[in-house]
Design a protein around this ligand. Structure first.
Ligand SMILES: C[S@@+](CC[C@H](N)C(=O)[O-])C[C@H]1O[C@@H](n2cnc3c(N)ncnc32)[C@H](O)[C@@H]1O
Length: 289
């Protein structure tokens, strides 16, 4: 377990700081090898769009266990630098372990909304699913923009709407045959789908001082079993995400029936040891104006 204390951060991010330093941060850390396989289609697309060059300075926001930071560090090389920032002590500890021999990668445990970055010190601002959790996104992106040099580029991946993400909805709908639905999340509340709405993202980035904002819709296929078979996909749905949360506190018999429904729902998507479901992300690009 991590020995570092969670960062103080912006007071309105306190819930997220507690969340990512609690059970969620521990689960993401434990599942890091699997998550990196499941999310490989996003990584490939994002890394290609970032197109990092030797010598560049890159800031990876909400870097988690460091998958994107590490790939970019190998691309920018010894003359470049990648700084990963995250509020989760356990996830950042894993990132530091993975980067032990990489002089180009550095990590800071801090809240991106308020961290005092050196002004205009980065060429690129990137993120894989790390920018949808800010209580005040405009304030946060203003702070991040100030860290970018003039005309520096922003490239990040965020989820499109839940209904386009069958990898998450299929297990959740199976669980809802047995337990009540989770409380509705307001579309602008911090969370994985907070940036699903194109107009909202463009407004936030515009108000934060970005220009040339573009959003590319990318349909993808996710192997939620990470090549480990149907049971691994079922267990993954039970460990993380809304299906697992909906089952919390329910008696064993109900959970067992729900697990069988998840298995039945995922079985048609099994191809050998893979379980392939559809999903959809935005790749968002912009420039510091
Ligand atoms: C869905 S995870 C993605 C992690 C990683 N980028 C990946 O793709 O594996 C979201 C990450 O954003 C981080 N995060 C949330 N709010 C943050 C903030 N205000 N400042 C820095 N990191 C934040 C969380 O701690 C978590 O690691």
């Amino acid at each position: 377990m991590s020995t570092a204390s969670p960062p103080a951060g912006h007071e309105r991010n306190a819930d997220q700081i507690a969340y990512w330093n609690g059970e969620a941060g521990k689960l993401w850390t434990d599942r890091q090898p699997v998550q990196d396989i499941v999310l490989a289609p996003v990584t490939d697309k994002l890394i290609a769009r970032i197109d990092a060059q030797p010598g560049q300075r890159v800031l990876d926001v909400g870097c988690g266990t460091g998958a994107i930071s590490l790939q970019l560090a190998s691309q920018v090389g010894p003359s470049g630098r990648v700084l990963g920032i995250d509020i989760s002590a356990p996830m950042l500890e894993r990132a530091r372990e993975r980067a032990a021999n990489d002089a180009s990668a550095d990590f800071v445990l801090a809240d991106a909304t308020v961290h005092a970055f050196d002004p205009a010190s980065f060429d690129l601002l990137v993120s894989r699913f790390g920018v949808m959790f800010f209580a005040d996104p405009v304030l946060s992106f203003r702070n991040l923009r100030a860290a970018l040099r003039p005309k520096g580029r922003l490239v990040f991946a965020c989820w499109r709407e839940p209904r386009e993400n069958g990898w998450m909805m299929a297990p959740l709908m199976a669980v809802y045959k047995h337990v009540p639905k989770l409380p509705q999340v307001a579309p602008e509340d911090p969370g994985p789908f907070a940036f699903a709405d194109e107009a909202r993202v463009k407004r936030i980035l515009g108000e934060a001082g970005f220009a040339d904002i573009a959003m590319e819709a990318c349909p993808l296929t996710f192997d939620i079993a990470a090549g480990l078979g149907l049971e691994a996909a079922v267990q993954g749905a039970l460990q993380m995400g809304p299906a697992s949360r909906a089952l919390e506190g329910h008696p064993g018999g109900v959970v067992d029936a729900a697990v069988q429904s998840i298995r039945d729902a995922l079985a048609p998507f099994a191809r050998g040891q893979q379980v392939l479901l559809p999903g959809a992300i935005w790749i968002v690009t912009a420039r510091a104006s």
